[in-house]
Design a protein around this ligand. Structure first.
Ligand code: FAD
Length: 286
């Protein structure tokens, strides 16, 4: 089923994001995780698209397999990186033939070693162009990414908002945010989106902290900030792994509670292919 249709009657939505593993062992871990998280009855799950389109085949195979084996609606991420419109059209046809109805239309990051994103000849330069292409050529529910703390390459937050409006006007009917840790950042962003005439559901992207180095790396890359008090609590753990997890999960529970109380239509968990932290958070919310 299409996610935008589901969100009309099933809110708040809970969803989980996975990435295509690199080897057999990773694949086993992923499917164990999927089985454990299925018990939480997610609204949908999504599978990322590797940098440079490197997981094109695997992403299609995984969304198909997860949806077929578990009955959970799956969303395929799709980027413009290194692909012509014909190649992207081919991926969309594969997804359609596999029974997938949901696509997250992304521009993607520049491939390793390349500083700036460059449009492939015959391809797309921005996510709104991809969304338009999908809408014109296929019948998918189209999702889009959004950035409560601004996309790092945007000239300004107003310019980023204009780009987001173009993406929604081009067909994105559901938005999923980049990770963030302060609920007020999300609430302020949603207010700005509504003022800009963006009226589609904005699902909050949640990443429970389980590793300090990793979260610092991710936030530095994507332009998200770690609130001072959270960072302080994490640093007071002196690197003790169990304590870091505890602080991260406690913070995520409070964050999710506030978001749901304020009316967020859904929570999208960046699971990193592990289930434990996400299960603890959802069990506590329910
Ligand atoms: P766009 O919406 O195209 O925006 C990119 C930049 O260009 C922004 O700064 C924007 O302000 C600007 N811009 C947009 N349109 C225009 C325009 N017409 N003119 C001028 N400027 C414009 N990456 C992956 O490789 N694989 C994944 O699976 C993946 N999944 C993700 C899932 C989520 C929920 C999120 C939030 C991000 C994900 N990403 C993924 C990362 C994403 O690819 C990067 O953040 C990328 O840099 C931007 O993609 P976008 O679709 O937001 O781009």
């Amino acid at each position: 089923m299409k996610i935008d249709a589901k969100l009309k009657s099933q809110t708040p939505a809970f969803s989980f994001e996975f990435f295509p593993p690199k080897n057999e062992e990773g694949m086993r871990t992923l499917f164990d995780t999927v089985a454990e998280l299925k018990e939480l009855d997610p609204t949908y799950v999504s599978v990322t698209y590797g940098a440079g389109g490197s997981t094109r085949r695997l992403t299609v195979e995984l969304v198909e397999r997860i949806q077929r084996e578990t009955g959970i609606d799956a969303m395929a991420h799709l980027t413009c990186v290194g692909a012509t419109r014909e190649e992207i059209g081919g991926v969309l046809s594969d997804l359609k033939n596999a029974g997938i109805q949901n696509v997250l239309a992304l521009r993607g990051d520049p491939p390793k070693g390349q500083e700036k994103f460059e449009r492939t000849e015959g391809g797309f330069g921005y996510a709104n162009e991809l969304a338009q292409f999908i809408r014109d050529s296929h019948d998918f529910c189209i999702g889009g990414a959004c950035y409560p703390e601004m996309h790092p390459e945007a000239a300004s937050s107003d310019a980023d908002m204009d780009a987001l409006k173009r993406k929604v006007d081009a067909g994105a009917s559901v938005l999923i945010t980049q990770l963030f840790f302060d609920p007020n950042v999300y609430l302020h962003f949603v207010e700005r989106c509504r003022a800009a005439g963006i009226d589609v559901p904005i699902i909050a992207g949640i990443m429970p902290v389980t590793n300090i180095g990793q979260v610092k790396r991710f936030t530095a890359m994507c332009g998200a900030s770690i609130p001072g008090p959270l960072l302080q609590r994490l640093e007071q753990t002196n690197g003790e792994q169990g304590e870091i997890r505890k602080v991260g999960v406690e913070h995520a529970i409070l964050q999710c509670q506030k978001l749901l109380e304020a009316g967020a239509p859904g929570l999208h968990f960046y699971t990193l292919n592990r289930s434990k932290a996400t299960r603890e958070i959802l069990q506590s919310l329910r």
